[in-house]
Design a protein around this ligand. Structure first.
Ligand code: SIN
Length: 465
């Protein structure tokens, strides 16, 4: 068995006086930007305020969306990035920034190929809500995408000796007043010692604010009582750093609620959308389906919130269990209820056995005839016939902040007049506008790679001039 990989973050004594570009945040966008930057001959440095590297990317489970990829062709999926654009646009309530979306949808295929060059192979496909065909790329083992990507990016960065500091919080971005461009940063180390570093550019990749009670109270007090899937560091620090330099924010009230989150214990667990993508259904306390489980997250979350219990059960059989590696982990930590018969499962989740049997019979017929006349579900059709049968109790929780910094498709951060702030770039969840009012599952990981790379490329261009 391969040795477990451990990335040793740099010690603060190794901090140098100057770098080309400081990348703030060591999640998917930040680490991608660092790798792309070093490939372009730049000297990047990454600062992460948390002890653990990876941010919310570590928690992403289902996969990375991309269209017109060679992986899709190998699976017989003929796609068109214009369809990907359109379905993301409709799924986002047609509120997506068209320029960001155009760049995104037309560069995911290159992103998959670039990852492959790094040895990060996503050879399997699944599907998420509101997509008409499988675009969600994931490892052949069906392992959760996030930790897989972070581990493999860190391996590459370690080989290339890129400086990555953890427990190091950037507290100020410095502008050269005469030249009106970024010239440095101030940071606080784990011992609260302040350091100043000279840099020519900054990439903000510090994530969203899904774990900030303060910002939730400010922008969406109606959601403030929801639990969150986010790691505790997702508090929107990058927004404050950028606005201190006059950056513009947008869409701050657009917050995504993920429909399937197990939250019966103090620790909240996201149950990845691939579970539905591979065939799970949702039932209410009356043992009946109540929604197209692969509609947008917004629709599915609203449908669950409208139930009297404000929660539901994911139901599936062994057919689905085998298709999502994360399920073995959820079962291992006690989140999955398991039974050898449908009636036993019904008893365990306290629903009527005959009604559950009827629901599954109707579902299996819909799958066999490829016609879900009840809810019009057309994707993720898989029968529930093989024991063991499984249930997971879920309810909606805050998951993703669609608003954030206003940046253009070149990842340049714009000020209140729409003018780029020289030397300041942003990528990933810290940026607003790409997803409209509803992010499609699997588009976040894709965004980190597409715009993480783009940020590094644009910094290289900026430094050439
Ligand atoms: C999920 O797998 O449902 C979470 C990842 C994402 O939000 O895209």
């Amino acid at each position: 068995m391969a040795d477990k990989f451990y990335f040793e973050p740099y010690k603060i004594e190794q901090l140098q006086a100057s770098y080309d570009v400081a990348i703030i945040g060591a999640g998917g966008a930040g680490l991608t930007a660092a790798l792309q930057a070093v490939e372009l001959g730049l000297k990047p440095v990454v600062f992460e305020k948390m002890e653990r590297l990876g941010g919310n990317t570590n928690r992403a489970s289902s996969g990375m969306n991309a269209s017109e990829t060679s992986v899709q062709l190998k699976h017989g999926v003929i796609d068109d990035f214009k369809d990907f654009y359109q379905e993301t646009y409709v799924g986002g309530g047609k509120l997506n920034d068209p320029k960001l979306l155009e760049y995104f949808a037309s560069h995911t295929s290159q992103a998959i190929a670039w990852l492959q060059e790094q040895g990060i192979r996503l050879d399997d496909l699944t599907i998420t809500g509101a997509m008409s065909k499988p675009r969600t790329h994931r490892p052949a083992s069906t392992a959760p995408i996030g930790a897989f990507m972070i581990t493999n990016l860190l391996k590459q960065l370690q080989q290339k000796q890129v400086a990555i500091f953890n427990q190091t919080k950037v507290i100020e971005l410095m502008m050269d007043d005469a030249k009106q461009k970024i010239c440095g940063i101030k940071l606080e180390d784990a011992d609260q010692k302040i350091h100043q570093v000279e840099v020519k550019a900054v990439i903000l990749a510090s994530g969203g604010f899904g774990a900030s009670q303060e910002l939730m109270n400010k922008y969406r007090p109606d959601l403030a009582h929801y639990k969150t899937t986010n790691h505790e560091g997702a508090t929107g620090d990058g927004l404050a750093l950028a606005t201190a330099l006059g950056a513009q924010l947008r869409d701050m009230d657009l917050i995504q609620i993920h429909p399937t989150v197990q939250q019966d214990n103090p620790h909240v667990y996201l149950i990845g959308e691939a579970v539905r993508g591979e065939g799970a259904i949702l039932i209410n306390q009356d043992a009946k389906r109540f929604v197209n489980e692969l509609a947008t997250r917004k629709i599915v979350s609203n449908a669950i919130s409208a139930l009297e219990q404000k929660s539901a059960y994911l139901i599936f059989g062994e057919e689905v269990f085998k298709r999502v590696q994360a399920l073995a982990f959820y079962a291992h930590i006690g989140l999955v209820i398991q039974a050898q018969s449908i009636s036993q499962l019904a008893k365990q989740i306290n629903v009527d056995a005959t009604k559950l049997e009827n629901t599954l019979t109707t579902w299996n017929q819909a799958v066999d005839s490829n016609n879900d006349s009840q809810f019009g579900r057309t994707t993720g059709l898989r029968v529930i016939k093989q024991a063991p049968y499984y249930a997971i109790h879920i309810a909606p929780a805050i998951h993703y902040t669609m608003g954030g910094i206003h940046a253009d498709q070149y990842t340049r951060v714009l000020d209140e007049n729409g003018t780029p702030i020289a030397g300041l770039y942003a990528a990933g969840e810290v940026v607003g506008g790409l997803h409209g009012n509803n992010r499609i599952g699997g588009n976040s990981i894709a965004e980190t790679v597409v715009f993480g790379r783009q940020a590094a490329i644009q910094v290289a261009r900026y430094l050439q001039n």
